[in-house]
Structures are given as structure tokens and as C-alpha cells.
Design a binder for this molecule. Structure first.
Ligand SMILES: Nc1ncnc2c1ncn2[C@@H]1O[C@H](COP(=O)(O)OP(=O)(O)OP(=O)(O)O)[C@@H](O)[C@H]1O
Length: 303
């Protein structure tokens, strides 16, 4: 059984259905990232997993338990990082970490978390006086201090500076290495690409892509090889020799081959052009970024 199992989840607010039939699962030692435009239903989905909302249909289990009905049993097994909240504005990071550590049998040492998340210089500053990024780092520290088996992180790096982002990413990577299941939402696609093992992309409450990052990239990416040549190249002969189509999208010197730039194909292509006495330059390969894939599939889903 997977750590998180969701089947045909539907969640409504009155007559409005915010989540419309999502199914997915994720496991220990995986970073599972939920992406989608504003209002897509990400928070609603995550809040249902956390036990804060009830499904109107479908089934959700975390570690085999029902997050709504077995909230108490799950309490010490999951860590939740909420956007902006949950800490007394007068409390300092040091006090909050000590307080939260007291709830658990085997917490991480607060001083260690202050060091890892670079909070030492503000450990005596009241929460309300912390900067946005410092608040985020403290909320992350509080979510993980009890060594949870499952961690929910809602936009953990939003408003955090580049050095802070690296510290947060390193902590998340460490949790994964320790076998924690991590569920994360973000609008930072570069970050999602760096961190994700598995991805769920939703739009208007429905799944539009789901799977391992590599699988999604392979399914949706349009890798290409481009080069320039002042010589005429016969597309038929090119395709016969290399088994890939040659395009000249602008009718000028730029040639495009839509295929993965494997070393073998690149070598064959260069050999073919040389054998034909065709000069070429600027040979390069490129693959689509997660951002390109995301924008393409969510705009298609919206249409
Ligand atoms: N308490 C509520 N009552 C009514 N509608 C709600 C409520 N909470 C959310 N919604 C609606 O449900 C839909 C999904 O909202 P949700 O917050 O889950 O989206 P999201 O993907 O997390 O968006 P964002 O990226 O902006 O955080 C939206 O249309 C939102 O307006």
C-alpha cells in the first residue's frame, strides 16, 4: 500500500465542485509536487489530505488511515506547513521550536534546525517582526521538527531569497533521503523541475498530467536538433539515411530535426552531412523545460 492513496476524489464548496475526480498515489522517499494555475484545486486537494476538508466523493488514505476520521492517530505522523499561519505573533523562533519539540517523543534538536534553515540570527525576534522569508523558514522547521513520515509543504519557498531557497531545497532533499514522503505545491516551475520525483498537474479540478517527472517530460517534450547550413539538403535522402524528418521552418539556413539529440543520432547526422559534402554550423540540441510543458498542457486544458 502506498503512503498516500487517493481515488476519484471530489470536493465541493456548496454547488461548486473544486476537485473533480482526482486519483493518484505517492510513496516513502518521494517528492510529489502538485502544480496548477490559481484556483485549480491544489489547496483544496492538499487540505483534504491533511484532514481539514471532507471529500464529497472518493477515498483518501494516508498511511492507511482516513485523514478526517483518524486525525488524532495521524497527528504525530504528518507535518504540515501552512501558508503564513499557526504561530503566536509574539513568540520567537526559539520559543516556537522548543514548544513544538515538546509535542513529540523524538524531535529534531531546535538548535540544529535553526542552523540548517539559517534562523540563528533571528531566534529571539518575535514572529510578527520576522521577514516573509524568515517566517517561511520557521514554518518549515515547525512542520518537520517531529520527524514526520509525511510532510505537506504549501509553496515552501515563496518569498524566500536565493540562499534561503537552497537551504530549504537541501532540507527537503535530506528528508527524502531519510524516506519521508513529501507533498509540495509551488508555482515555481524551475524549482519543481529540480525537486520532483513525481508530479500531478491539475486544471479546473481535473488531472491533466500525472507521473514521474521523466515520464511526463518524455510524453510531452519536443526535443529538437538544430543546425545551420548554406547548402541545399535533400529532405528525402536525409530521412532515408537517418530515419528522422528534416524541416526548414523559415526557408532560410536554419534546419530543424524533431528528435532526441542522442549521441548516436548526432554522430550519424554529422557523418551524413560530411559524406554529402554539406557544410554546417551551430549544431545544437535542446529539450523542452517543465515550464514549457506546463504552459502547453494547462492552456490546452483551459481551452
Ligand atoms: N471556502 C471556499 N468556498 C468557496 N469556494 C472556494 C473555497 N475555497 C476555495 N474555493 C474555490 O475552489 C477553487 C479551488 O481553489 P483552491 O484554493 O483549491 O485552488 P488552488 O489551486 O490552491 O489555487 P492557488 O494557486 O491560487 O492557491 C477556486 O475556484 C476557489 O475560488
Amino acid at each position: 500500500m502506498a503512503v498516500i492513496e487517493v481515488s476519484d476524489l471530489r470536493v465541493s464548496y456548496g454547488s461548486k465542485e473544486a476537485v473533480s475526480g482526482l486519483s493518484f498515489e505517492t510513496d516513502y522517499g518521494q517528492i510529489f509536487i502538485v502544480l496548477g494555475p490559481n484556483g485549480a484545486g491544489k489547496s483544496t486537494t492538499i487540505e483534504t489530505l491533511e484532514g481539514f476538508r471532507s471529500p464529497s466523493q472518493g477515498k483518501v488514505t494516508i498511511l492507511g488511515l482516513d485523514p478526517k476520521k483518524q486525525q488524532r492517530e495521524l497527528g504525530k505522523l504528518i507535518g504540515v506547513m501552512l501558508q503564513g499561519g499557526g504561530v503566536n505573533p509574539r513568540m520567537t523562533p526559539s520559543q516556537a521550536l522548543t514548544l513544538f519539540a515538546g509535542y513529540y517523543d523524538n524531535p529534531i534538536d531546535p538548535a540544529e534546525l535553526e542552523r540548517t534553515l539559517e534562523l540563528e540570527h533571528v531566534r529571539k525576534t518575535p514572529f510578527r517582526r520576522l521577514s516573509g522569508g524568515e517566517k517561511q523558514r520557521l514554518l518549515l522547521a515547525l512542520a518537520v521538527i517531529g520527524r514526520p513520515k509525511v510532510v505537506f509543504l504549501d509553496e515552501p519557498t515563496s518569498g524566500v531569497d536565493p540562499a534561503g531557497r537552497i537551504a530549504i531545497r537541501e532540507l527537503i532533499a535530506r528528508l527524502r533521503a531519510e524516506g519521508v514522503a513529501i507533498i509540495l505545491t509551488t508555482h515555481e516551475l524551475g524549482e519543481a523541475e529540480k525537486l520532483a520525483d513525481k508530479l500531478l498537474i491539475i486544471s479546473q479540478g481535473k488531472k491533466v498530467a500525472y507521473g514521474d517527472l521523466g515520464e511526463i517530460k518524455a510524453q510531452h517534450s519536443a526535443s529538437q536538433i538544430t543546425f545551420r547550413s548554406a547548402d541545399e539538403i535533400d529532405p528525402k535522402s536525409f530521412e532515408e539515411h537517418l530515419n528522422v524528418a528534416l524541416k526548414r521552418p523559415f526557408g532560410n539556413e536554419l534546419y530543424v530535426v524533431e528528435a532526441d539529440g542522442s549521441p548516436e543520432l548526432i554522430a550519424n547526422l554529422a557523418r551524413y552531412l560530411a559524406d554529402q559534402g554539406i557544410g554546417f554550423s551551430d549544431l545544437s540540441t535542446s529539450s523542452t523545460s517543465l515550464e514549457d510543458i506546463y504552459l502547453s498542457i494547462t492552456s490546452k486544458a483551459d481551452a
